[in-house]
Design a protein around this ligand. Sequence first.
Ligand code: NAD
Length: 253
Amino acid sequence: MADLKGRVAVVTGAARGIGAATAQRLAADGAAVAVLDLDPAAAEPTVSAITQAGGKAIAVGADVSDEDAVNSALERVADELGPVGVLINNAGVTRDNLLFKMSTQDWDTVMGVHLRGAFLCSRAAQKYMVEQKWGKIVNTSSVSALGNRGQANYSAAKAGLQGFTRTLAIELGPFGINVNAVAPGFIATEMTDATAKRLGLEPEKLREETAKVTPLRRVGAPQDIANVVSFLCSEDASFVTGQTIYVDGGRKL
Ligand code: NAD
């Protein structure tokens, strides 16, 4: 378990799914957590879960692809909780389609949230981390970075995040900042439920079919990712940087 007492964490896209589980895990590790999502009201259930468990959290509304919104959000977090030391770039969307049907808007939206969003949030957060000579950034890649039919936009963004991770690790390492990525496989969330519906399947059916072709014979839960993020933010991982850890039940093997 990471010891994050006295640290401030920002988790983007934390209203639900992997982000919500990660926010709760980092709060349990001792961090005060900014639960950032598009709609602050949607982030309230995560905040309540944290405070009811004895932790500290605030809801912050921001679109991670909006430069002014991101800069104001990080300033607000610094004012209300203290300077950010942990940033989890988790916010994400899918706009799947085969290349010949993919609209320019769907390409730009996915690049905007995943790549521009991670860039804007990391740039805004690093100045607080550099001042503290301590920081942890975890980006959220995906097994789709290795290629996935219908996801040219998402796959390119998730592969891009791996290069972004390695470069930030080089630039920020001298300031005591670790930068890593997690690359989830199939995790049962509203995102994968929406994928099932697009394929004309019940979410439970897609989970069953995916579990059958996964070496560990199950799909992932949001906590599976939160656990690895917590490890990457812990002292046990203090010599780990620039890495992408696949958390996929062996799916890509
Ligand atoms: P989800 O759809 O359940 O949650 C995503 C959250 O991000 C939502 O609360 C949404 O409101 C928020 N969000 C979207 N756009 C935003 C923006 N512009 N600004 C701020 N917040 C925004 O998804 P999830 O399954 O929990 O996925 C979380 C992350 O993990 C994403 O980056 C996703 O690409 C990645 N991932 C998920 C899986 C999976 O199987 N679920 C696999 C690999 C990678």
